[in-house]
Every structure is written in structure tokens, then in C-alpha cells.
Design a protein around this ligand. Sequence first.
Ligand code: NAD
Length: 329
Amino acid sequence: KRLGIALVGLGGYSGGQLAPALQHTKNCYLAGIVTGTPAKAEDWSKKYNIPQKNIYNYQTFDDIANNKDIDIVYVVLPVSMHKEYTIRAAKAGKHVICEKPMALNAIECGEMIDACKKADRLLSIGYRLHFEPHTQEVMRLGQKQVFGKVTKVETGNGFTYNGDPNAWRLKKALAGGGGLMDMGIYAIQGARYTLGQEPVAVKATQEKTRPELFKDVDETVFWELQFPGGAKVTGKSSYNNDWGYLRAQAEKGNFELEPAYGYGGLDGKINDKPMQIPNIRQQTAQMDDFATCVNLKKQSRVPGEEGLKDMKVIDAIYRSLDSGKWEKI
Ligand code: NAD
């Protein structure tokens, strides 16, 4: 069955990436929208041919339970709203994709996982790179130890924030944090999927060069992660630097990605030679895969548990920034 997806929150990512990606999906389609802005409802309805009965606002959201056109709810809201809308969607009987970072902290992630289990609904996190071929090659090279054990990973992700100084991304209560939550999460993922292991401890430091803008959230964060296999892993995140790389050194070779984390096309090298792997529409592949999972009643490769693992690392990085010490994850 071709499944109906409803996007909740029609901001930059929904409008710029997800709705266009849904014009190419085979196993699912854009069936509905949830928005608090009537003008957006009208625009989207015309542009994507969405019937009035499939348009909701935040007050009518729970009525989605009675709508057979909608199988999957995709939460694309500020981070502080992820938990509430994931749980309400599951209670309405819908399967859920929730954007990254999954929630404000690991405790919330646990509640979301439990609620979806209780409602017998599948939960997936918007980790589009798990469906991306350069990334899959890095996973293969690292996890299958194609060049022996990976001994070192260096990775960073960030961009120079020049947007609205009042945006939700700069408010801790709405975003949970700054560059670490938004961009650093990719670098944490990158280290985890290169090694195929879970980190056990972290030590972090931070820097602020524009404290007036980043008064409530982190700007640039540096960390060192301890993995059971002993690899030396460093990462960094920023709202003040344009970073996006992943470099892995193994016993008998090396591989790297740059750009490593965006959706505008990845590129990479294996032993200093170009990878020559084609780019795909990441979100199309991601959503089609989840629709297949729902049809087969099969757990996604990026379930809520995957989001929780990253949030545990992020929580420990924030603890380390406070304590100045190594923190267990
Ligand atoms: P955005 O600010 O462009 O959009 C947020 C939307 O939420 C807006 O439409 C806004 O109207 C709506 N909203 C509803 N209630 C709100 C409130 N109380 N305060 C503020 N906005 C409210 O943000 P975005 O860039 O689309 O990000 C949305 C989510 O998607 C975030 O979790 C972000 O991390 C994630 N995201 C993921 C990727 C990716 O590559 N996977 C890329 C961009 C964003």
C-alpha cells in the first residue's frame, strides 16, 4: 500500500526538502499537513493538491486519528515540541517519523519510545544519511574493518549562523542547545557509524566568539569520545564555522567524507582517491524505506533507540561542559 504522510510544521525543512522529496517517493506520498498558519495551509493545499479534510492545525491535530488517508505523521517542529507531537501522533494510531535531534534530552527520548511501543506504532528518526550511499560506504569500510581497525576519527559539523537573532534555534527552552544539538549530532553519529560502536565517556570544552547572539545556547563545542575499541575520536560542532567533514584513519588505509553531512551532495575519498559514488535524494530514500517498514511491520534502521543513543552522548557532553571533567555516557 502507498502510505499517506502528514507533515507537522511547515518550516524550512518541510518546505525546502521534505515536500519536494515526497514528489519522488514510490511507497508514500504527501497526504496531509498540520500548520498553525492558515495562509500556509492554503498555499500548500494548492501547490500539493492536499484536500481540506487532510489539513489540521495544532488544536485539531488529534482528530487525525479518524483520518484513514494518513498512516505516518512526520514531526518537523522545534525540538521542544518533538516529544509532545510524537506521543500524540502515536496515541492517534499513526506511525511516526520525528526529526533530529529527537528531543530535548535522553529522558524525553525514552518516553517517546515507550509511548510508541505502547501504541504498537513504529517510530523512526529523520537520520537521512543512513540511506545515503557515501555514508553507507563509510559504514562498510569502518564497521567491516576493510582496512583493519579504525584507529582515529576526526569530524566536525557546523555553519555560520546569520539568521534571525530571535529564532527558536537560539533559545535553550525550544532548541535544547545550540550548534551541538543541531549540527554536532551528525558528527556524533558519524563517529558511531564509522566505528559501529557506542562511546562510553566524553570530555568537552566550548568557545564563544559571538556571546551576544549565543547567550542562551552553545556556539562552538569540542569533544573527545572514548570508545571501547580504543580509537582516538575527536569532534566539534559550531554555529560559527562552516564545517562538514569526517576523516577516518585505519590500520591499513584511510577514508574521508567532505561534505560529510549535508543534503546538497556528499563527496569523499578512499586512500586519497575519489569515491565516485553518485548522490541520491536522501529524504526520498529515507521516507520510502520507512513506508516499507510500516507495510512489513519491521523496525526502521533508524528507530527511536538510535535517536536516544545520540541524546545520551549529547547529555554527557553538556555535563562535561559544566563539570570540566570526563563524563560517563
Ligand atoms: P523552521 O524554523 O524553519 O520551521 C519550524 C516550523 O515549526 C515553522 O513552520 C514554525 O511555524 C513551526 N512552529 C510551530 N510552533 C512553533 C513555535 N512554538 N515556535 C517556533 N516555531 C513553531 O525549522 P526547520 O529548519 O524546518 O527545523 C524543524 C526541525 O527539522 C528541527 O527539529 C530541525 O532540527 C529539523 N531539521 C532537520 C534537517 C535534516 O537534515 N534532517 C534539516 C533541517 C531541519
